[in-house]
Design a protein. Structure first.
Length: 142
């Protein structure tokens, strides 16, 4: 599932001149869709993708209403991990059984040594592995 946090706290979509990148939010309608879609996919383990961070709403890189979104993910019981970006240094947190992996910036400098990317593999039993390349690190979790 892919989430779009390009909305203001008033649920207005980002538009030219109408956004502050430090005020990213998942709007109410998208949260409703997320809850319903996760319920419909209850038998399937799920990965969630979002550009901004869902693990820390207090960070300048965080989705400001992330706590509400995390409650939806946790309630579903079928989210394996959240793959996110925005914070170029990367990172990993586990909150209430869900892994939040922040990918390092794809390109963070002028030369190839500053590139990073990863390949994610999901085994049939739900084990997720992230194979990092360049500046990205490896991570395996169940």
């Amino acid at each position: 599932m892919i989430l779009d946090a390009g909305f203001t706290k008033n649920d207005a979509a980002y538009d030219a001149g109408n956004f502050q990148w430090k005020d990213a939010n998942i709007p109410a309608a998208q949260q409703e869709w997320l809850a319903q879609d996760l319920q419909n996919a209850s038998a399937k383990k799920t990965l969630v993708f979002v550009h901004q961070n869902l693990h820390d709403e207090s960070s300048i890189y965080g989705v400001k209403n992330a706590r509400a979104v995390r409650r939806i993910l946790e309630k579903s019981g079928n989210v394996l991990a959240v793959l996110q970006g925005h914070d170029h240094k990367g990172g990993h947190e586990k909150i209430n059984g869900i892994h939040y992996f922040t990918l390092k910036a794809l390109v963070d400098g002028a030369t190839l040594k500053n590139n990073s990317y990863a390949i994610v593999t999901i085994a049939p039993h739900g084990r997720v592995s992230l194979r990092g390349f360049g500046r990205e690190t490896d991570l395996i979790f169940s």
